[in-house]
Design a protein around this ligand. Structure first.
Ligand code: ATP
Ligand code: MG
Length: 263
C-alpha cells in the first residue's frame, strides 16, 4: 500500500494536521514521502511558507499542463511536496467540461510510476465533496479518516461511510482506517465517540489516538511539524505510534526505493 488519502468531508477534523505530521514521521525515518496538498484552501502550502502561483501548483496538473514530478518542491524536512492554489477549486466548478479529471490523479501517479514504487504518498484532501476529492479517493490505496472526538462525530463518520459506499459502484472497497483525533483521555465525550466508532466500524478504528495537544496547533503556526517543534511532546509520540501502527498493519512500508533521485 502506498497512496494514503487523508479524507473526511467534515471540516476541521485534523486532515491537514494528520497528513503533515504523518509525512514528517515518515521523513524522520529516512524515507522521503510525497505529500500532495489537494485542497484549494492550500493550508499546507501556506503552512510551509510557499508562495506559489497557480502555474506551479497541483492545479496545473489537473489542467493537463504539468506532471506531478515537475511540481514537487523538496522541503528541508525531506518531504517532497506538491503545493496547491485557490484555483484548484475550478476543477470542481468545471466538472461537466472535464469529466476525466476524476481519474487524473490515479492515472498520473501510475504514469509517473509514483504509485506502486513503495514510496509513501500522502494526500491532504479538501473537505469539499467534488471531483478533486473523488480523484483522491480513486487514486488511494488506503483511506485514512481523522475523526475529531466531539459531539456529532459519529454522524459525520456514518455519512462518510455512505459516500464511500456509493463509490463502490466504480471501484472495489478500499482499506479504510479511522483515527480518533483531539482525544482527551477519560473525557466522557471523547470516550463515547471512540467507543461508538469501534462499534460501528469494527477492525477499522486504529488503536492510536491523537491527543488534544496545543503543540500541534502551535507547530502549524510556526510552519513546522511536531517532531521539529516539540520532539518530546505527547503529540510527537502519538504520530510515531500512528506510523508504527500503519506499518504493523501493512498499510504503509518504508521502502527506500526512491524515485526522486535521493540516496
Ligand atoms: N490533536 C490536536 N490538538 C490540538 N489542535 C488540533 C489537533 N488536531 C487539529 N488541531 C487544530 O485544529 C484545527 C483544524 O485542524 P486541520 O486544519 O488539520 O483540520 P482539517 O480537517 O484539515 O480542516 P479542513 O477541513 O478545513 O481542511 C487547526 O487549527 C489545528 O491546528
Ligand atoms: Mg485541511
Amino acid at each position: 500500500m502506498t497512496v494514503i488519502a487523508v479524507f473526511n468531508m467534515k471540516g476541521g477534523v485534523g486532515k491537514t494536521t494528520v497528513a503533515a505530521n504523518l509525512a514528517a514521521a515518515i521523513a524522520k525515518n529516512g524515507v522521503e514521502p510525497l505529500l500532495i496538498d489537494l485542497d484549494p484552501q492550500a493550508h499546507l502550502t501556506s503552512m510551509y511558507g510557499i508562495k506559489t502561483n497557480s502555474s506551479k501548483s497541483v492545479y496545473r496538473f489537473y489542467q493537463g499542463l504539468s506532471s506531478l514530478s515537475d511540481l514537487v518542491v523538496p522541503l528541508d524536512t525531506g518531504i517532497q511536496f506538491v503545493p496547491s492554489h485557490l484555483e484548484l477549486g475550478k476543477v470542481d466548478a468545471q466538472v461537466t467540461r472535464h469529466r476525466d479529471n476524476i481519474w487524473r490523479l490515479k492515472l498520473g501517479l501510475n504514469a509517473e510510476m509514483l504509485s506502486g514504487s513503495g514510496l509513501p504518498i500522502i494526500i491532504d484532501c479538501t473537505p469539499m465533496l467534488g471531483v478533486v476529492a473523488f480523484s483522491a479517493l480513486f487514486a488511494a490505496d488506503i483511506i485514512l479518516v481523522p475523526v475529531a472526538a466531539e459531539y456529532l462525530a459519529l454522524n459525520g463518520a456514518m455519512q462518510l461511510s455512505q459516500t464511500l459506499f456509493g463509490l463502490e459502484k466504480f471501484q472495489s472497497r478500499k482499506p479504510r482506517r479511522y483515527v480518533v483525533n483531539r482525544y482527551v483521555p477519560n473525557q466522557i465525550t471523547a470516550e463515547t465517540v471512540a467507543g461508538q466508532l469501534m462499534r460501528h466500524f469494527p477492525g477499522e478504528v486504529l488503536k492510536t489516538r491523537i491527543r488534544e495537544q496545543e503543540a500541534l496547533a502551535a507547530a502549524v503556526g510556526s510552519g513546522s511539524n511536531i517532531f521539529d517543534f516539540a520532539p518530546a511532546s505527547n503529540a510527537a509520540a502519538d504520530f510515531t505510534f500512528l506510523l508504527d501502527e500503519l506499518i504493523e498493519n501493512n498499510l504503509i512500508s518504508l521502502s527506500r526505493d526512491l524515485p526522486f533521485g535521493a540516496d
